[in-house]
Design a protein around this ligand. Structure first.
Ligand code: PRX
Length: 660
């Protein structure tokens, strides 16, 4: 594990600018200073109050937290609820059925407005269709869909039945999909013929067919949404069209309430070892915290706001802040299928203008891309509907923060830089927009009800002005309940580094005012465009190629994507000469990049692959990534005294310069 002081991150931490909220914003904000006092005085009482405020329980809970089997937690013990009823039915019952739930914007320009009443009809039919295919409480369902409303309907229909869903991002390959379907034991896969991407059809069903052709799964059926109309291969008896299944299903579905601890979903994320971890979340605590944070951090006022979270449903941000948080509040939101530059670089701003978006939640990598494209583009659109901006996924550098504030937010919108993880389920560290004077580049402080600290090597809080490890010091409602099927790995990964503290894997610094600055990962996890990528997973994909003997992967600083994947590869000796031939080295590198895309997905393709004769290792055989990072970032190579063979770095540099 590296020293937190050596991680990438904001370059100047002596930022003194602060931006208090306007009086008008503060007066109407959901998050107030009293929340901090209440939570500090009575944590459990505080969470009980949020649980009853934001969620409708079929049966009320009788204990807020059971921590007797720590680090395994139970929240809202004895309570029962249905997540789908909370996100949909009760808004219709409350007379808000005509409110738009989703303004869908397809990439080719097609749009659909879906009200809560329509969503209610669809989730009932979908739940019945799933039940007709044999899905019941406790069965797991894999979802592999583009950003279309059916993805939301599918997730909510699973929740309605008590069938945990496992959404797999559409950019993952057939191999990655297979391992997730297999690990989670899914009996049904919901997919589509394809989706729209940069003006073209991109296919999804072939990846499902290929994943299932590998065998070894419990999948009985594949439900296929028609999105693009492209031809698909069909397996009779297994494949069913979504539209046909819904049309044949009964109209109404009576939802049953489940225990607060019933698993709601499993979502795979990269860790420090090769195998992705299935993070699983329970229904009650997760719903409470996502709804509470949508209210106090995103300041959603469901009657008046138009909210837009630009994340994909395949990541936790899409789960918590497209589906469960905002919908539990009954919000109106935009859902966009495509990329920000299709058909032009102003597409996002055109959507903000057309739909009168008031709250925008996006990632620093997108903001840096917009900066690169130039302020003239957003300046062509009317962005005056915006009143709050959010950032998530990676540290936001103060320059990007200021640009976001000035150019997008017209100097008037508070920015919430929200730190959290797949594992935390909901936002943990963030300014409260109506209370906290914001500071460019810093996520600032734990929100009311959450306790975070920055500690040194032995778990003691660091002084102001110092760096250390980011930890969470108390359990929280939306915390992961474990790693699917592997309780020991849960304890080992998060609870073994420091006693009784959850170790998030991030380095952080406290500034002189006590604000938290998240510096980035201190383990072998990279953050590429806000997506977590494991160096070990990409290394193992590379060495599975027959020409590769050894591989080391590092995340190198990248102006736009935060980090970029750089791989160093040693070839098997019989292929070394081939790679030296003119042009062949480049072909081989392309072959290896495509191999990684096939094994994991296009998102994992290394930006750069360097073929090297050796890798720098310590005497105990550990690869010294720090030195490789120096090479990848074009820096002078640092201290090499602990290398087993100090000439290795000279060999690497000489090899790399050969072509110059
Ligand atoms: O390193 C932190 C970074 O993203 C990691 C969590 O990744 P994931 O589980 O994919 O969830 C991403 C969306 C919540 C964290 O360990 N991270 C997330 N938000 C921030 C951040 N780093 C700095 N500032 C943030 N606001």
């Amino acid at each position: 594990m590296s020293d937190p002081k050596q991680t990438d991150g904001p370059t100047h931490l002596h930022e003194e600018r602060t931006f208090p909220p306007s009086e008008e914003f503060a007066a109407a904000a959901n998050g107030t200073a009293e929340l901090f006092e209440h939570a500090a005085a009575d944590r459990e009482g505080f969470w009980a109050e949020q649980a009853r405020r934001y969620v409708t329980w079929e049966q009320d809970f009788d204990q807020v937290l059971d921590w007797s089997d720590a680090p395994f937690s139970k929240w809202f013990v004895g309570g029962t609820l249905n997540a789908c009823v909370n996100a949909v039915d009760r808004h219709v019952e409350a007379g808000n059925g005509d409110r738009v739930a989703i303004h869908f914007v397809g990439e080719p320009g097609d749009t659909r407005d879906i009200t809560y009443a329509e969503l209610h009809q669809q989730v009932q039919r979908a739940a019945n269709a799933l039940a007709d295919l044999g899905v019941g409480q406790g069965d797991t369902v894999a979802i592999y869909l583009p950003m279309i409303p059916e993805a939301v309907v599918a997730m909510l229909a699973c929740a309605r039945l008590g069938a945990p869903h496992s959404v797999v991002f559409g950019g993952f390959s057939a191999e990655a999909l297979h391992s997730r379907i297999d690990d989670v034991g899914a009996t049904l896969v919901i997919t589509s013929d394809g989706g729209w991407r940069r003006g073209k059809h991109s296919a999804l069903k072939p990846a499902v067919d290929a994943a299932l052709a590998v065998g070894d799964t419990d999948v009985q059926n594949v439900l296929v949404v028609r999105r693009t109309g492209q031809d698909v291969e069909w397996t009779d008896g297994r494949d069913v069209w979504w539209d046909d299944a819904l049309a044949a299903a009964a109209e109404s579905h009576e939802a049953q309430a489940f225990d607060a601890e019933h698993p709601l979903f499993i979502l795979y994320t990269s860790g420090t070892t090769g195998k992705p971890k299935g993070i699983f979340h329970a229904t009650g605590g997760y719903l409470v915290q996502t709804a509470y944070t949508s209210s106090v951090v995103h300041d959603v006022h469901p009657e008046t706001d138009v909210y837009w979270c630009t994340a994909d449903i395949g990541w936790v941000t899409g789960h918590s802040y497209i589906v469960y948080g905002p919908m539990t509040l009954g919000a109106t939101q935009v859902m966009y299928e495509g990329t920000p530059d299709t058909p032009h670089q102003g597409r996002f701003w055109e959507i903000v203008q057309d739909k009168k978006v008031s709250i925008l939640y996006t990632a620093p990598t997108a903001i840096r891309t917009f900066m690169k494209w130039g302020r003239e583009i957003p300046e062509k659109f009317d962005l005056s509907s915006l009143r709050l901006l959010g950032s998530v996924g990676e540290p936001i550098n103060p320059e990007a923060w200021m640009w976001y504030r000035e150019v997008i937010g017209g100097d008037r919108c508070p920015i919430v830089d929200t730190w959290w993880q797949t594992e935390t389920g909901g936002i943990m560290i963030s300014p409260l927009p109506g209370v906290t004077p914001t500071r460019p580049g810093s996520a600032q402080h734990a929100i009311p009800g959450i306790s975070a600290a920055v500690v040194d090597d032995v778990g003691q809080p660091v002084e102001k002005g110092s760096a250390g490890y980011l930890v969470l010091t108390e359990p929280w409602p939306a915390m992961l309940r474990g790693i699917w099927g592997d309780p020991d790995r849960y304890k080992e990964t998060y609870w073994s580094r420091f006693e009784n503290l959850y170790f998030a894997g991030d380095g952080a610094k406290l500034d002189e005012d006590g604000n938290i600055w998240v510096l980035g990962r201190v383990d072998d996890v990279m953050n590429v465009s806000g997506h977590r990528m494991s160096t070990a997973e990409i290394e193992s994909a590379l060495v599975s190629h027959p020409k590769v003997a050894e591989a080391a992967v590092v995340g190198a600083a990248d102006e736009t994507t935060g980090q970029a994947i750089c791989a160093f590869v040693i070839l098997r000796s019989e292929f070394v000469e081939e790679a030296d031939e003119v042009g062949e080295g480049e072909n081989l590198i392309a072959e290896l990049r495509n191999h990684v895309a096939k094994e994991i997905g296009p998102i994992a393709k290394p930006r750069q692959i360097m073929i090297v004769p050796e890798l720098p290792k310590t005497r105990s055989g550990k690869i010294m990534r720090r030195l490789l990072k120096d090479v990848a970032e074009n820096r002078e190579v640092g201290d090499v005294t602990t290398l087993a063979d100090s000439s290795v770095m000279t060999m690497i540099s000489a090899g790399l310069n050969k072509g110059d």
